[in-house]
Design a protein around this ligand. Structure first.
Ligand code: TNX
Length: 478
């Protein structure tokens, strides 16, 4: 039985000798106490997030080059805590660790259902415990605009009062935004804000009808309306259904460039992290030439504001600044055209974040019986399927150096509260965490058999942390 470590570290050696015994308490208390008393040395050579962790009967030693490394040593320490008849114990181990990829993200959609700051903080805690270091917040979409900006208060004023299904919606103040960003920083996470454009912009039209084209009602949009309600989108009324791809910014509208400069500039200034996501997905109602022009304009403004642009992969064929990042959300095995576009983007100096939808779209059902969730990504996504892929193998012939990292995505059409988030996130977020941090698939403990045993071992810790994880029958929970 492997130690219940997730993501699996670069190297784990179980050392001969008695375990470390310590006073009773909750896992959190024990981990904090041991880490506070640990002998901590800052030394060169552990990289930006790596660490050396030594546990023996005498206590804990940590060597690292950064505060982030010390933080990750602490997360590993917490996962080492076991209990027997005599109380808590930690096995004697020597762990040398460092991540495979620099960017390890989780995306939360706070538009389709709004999620308050406390929920976002709880999600940050969960993600950081698995060594994820980026929280991507999808802040705008057809159903709402969720951030109150000083430059354009009307966007949230008119655009945030509802959500999918007709609930009250909501929005963050700039003070809330600061709270989220600061909270994430204490857990060594950056926040990546996303303003989705030129599609997914129906809510912009509630305050700026001149900037948004009339909804394009395709058969697909009609089908979504029939299947999940919410009616057809109508210009000037809040949209509360699940259809996508019907809205578009008008490239030639007077004032569009000024508005983009204002909102992208303001969010760039309010966000310490290096990235700004400007969407670019599913602009099905947008003329291709207009799409390319608006995407180029937005990416240029992001870069002028000192941030690295990130966009969904549809935008990667456009003329983006060198070093831009495309977030791939196709399947684990892309079509030729998709793969070709990604390769061409990399050849032009682009980098990739991998979010294969049929593996780590956390908003998919686990199986036909799952209470919430969608199924469009090739049916339900079992825990095993979420695990069985490798980031370097998705787009053939792309050098690993062009892969910035991995991001799991949680869209919130069916996700109303923290319990819903927990159910869809755990245990599958562990697959994304391990894909982003650990060695390539198939090596050492990077196997489904090892993963499912380690997940089973973490069940008690997740229960103690009040995480409403999905008790998938694929795992032999203890
Ligand atoms: C596709 S993935 C979308 C979202 C939906 C999601 C639901 C992507 C870039 N766009 O608008 O919420 O599917 O799974």
């Amino acid at each position: 039985m492997p130690l219940a470590l997730l993501p699996w570290p670069a190297s784990v050696t179980v050392v001969e000798g008695p375990p470390l015994r310590t006073a009773p308490g909750s896992r959190r208390e024990i981990a904090d106490r041991l880490a506070d008393r640990a002998e901590l040395t800052f030394a060169e050579g552990h990289g930006f997030e790596g660490y050396l962790l030594l546990v023996s009967a005498n206590g804990v030693r940590v060597e690292t080059s950064t505060q982030a490394g010390a933080f990750y040593a602490r997360q590993t320490l917490a996962q080492l805590i076991e209990f027997d008849e005599q109380g808590p114990l930690l096995p004697a181990v020597e762990i040398r660790d460092a991540p495979r990829f620099a960017y390890r993200g989780l995306m939360l959609d706070v538009v389709r259902h709004f999620h308050p700051v406390e929920t976002v903080e709880a999600v940050i805690d969960r993600a950081a415990s698995l060594k994820l270091n980026a929280l991507h917040l999808h802040l705008t979409d057809d159903q709402g605009w969720r951030l109150q900006l000083r430059s354009h208060p009307e966007l949230a004023e008119h655009g945030s009062g509802s959500e999918l299904g007709g609930g009250p919606g909501g929005s963050y103040t700039l003070e809330d935004w600061r709270r989220i960003v600061d909270y994430a920083a204490t857990r060594h996470m950056i926040v990546v804000p996303e303003f989705d454009l030129p599609g997914h912009t129906h809510a912009v039209g509630l305050s700026h009808p001149e900037l948004v084209a009339d909804p394009v009602i395709t058969d697909e949009v009609r089908r979504a309306a029939e299947e999940s309600g919410g009616g057809l989108p109508e210009a000037g009324s809040p949209y509360t259904g699940t259809a996508v791809g019907f809205s578009s910014l008008r490239r030639d509208a007077e004032g569009l460039e000024d508005l983009l400069r204002d909102v992208l500039g303001e969010i760039a200034a309010a966000t310490p992290g290096p990235y700004l996501h400007f969407g670019g997905d599913e602009a099905l109602g947008t003329d291709p030439a207009d799409f390319g022009a608006v995407v180029k304009l937005a990416a240029g403004i992001v870069a002028e504001n000192g941030k690295t642009p990130i966009a969904w992969h549809e935008a990667s064929a456009a003329d983006l600044p060198r070093g831009s990042v495309a977030q791939y959300w196709g399947f684990r095995t892309p079509g030729n055209e998709q793969a070709e576009r990604a390769r061409a983007f990399v050849e032009r100096g682009g980098r990739l974040i991998l979010s294969p939808a049929d593996a780590i779209y956390l908003d998919m059902k686990y199986d036909a019986e799952t209470r919430i969730g969608l199924t469009w990504a090739d049916g339900p996504t079992s825990v095993e399927r979420s695990y069985a892929w490798d980031p370097a193998a998705v787009i053939p012939d792309v050098p690993e150096s062009a892969i910035l990292g991995v991001e799991a995505c949680l869209w919130s059409e069916t996700v109303a509260d923290l319990a819903d988030i927990d159910t869809l996130m755990f245990p599958r977020v562990g697959s994304a965490a391990e894909a982003g941090w650990s060695a390539p698939a198939g090596t050492e403990q990077r196997t489904w058999e090892s993963f499912r045993e380690r997940v089973a071992g973490l069940g008690p810790a997740w229960a103690e942390a009040a995480i409403a994880f999905h008790r998938s029958p694929e795992i032999d929970w203890r």
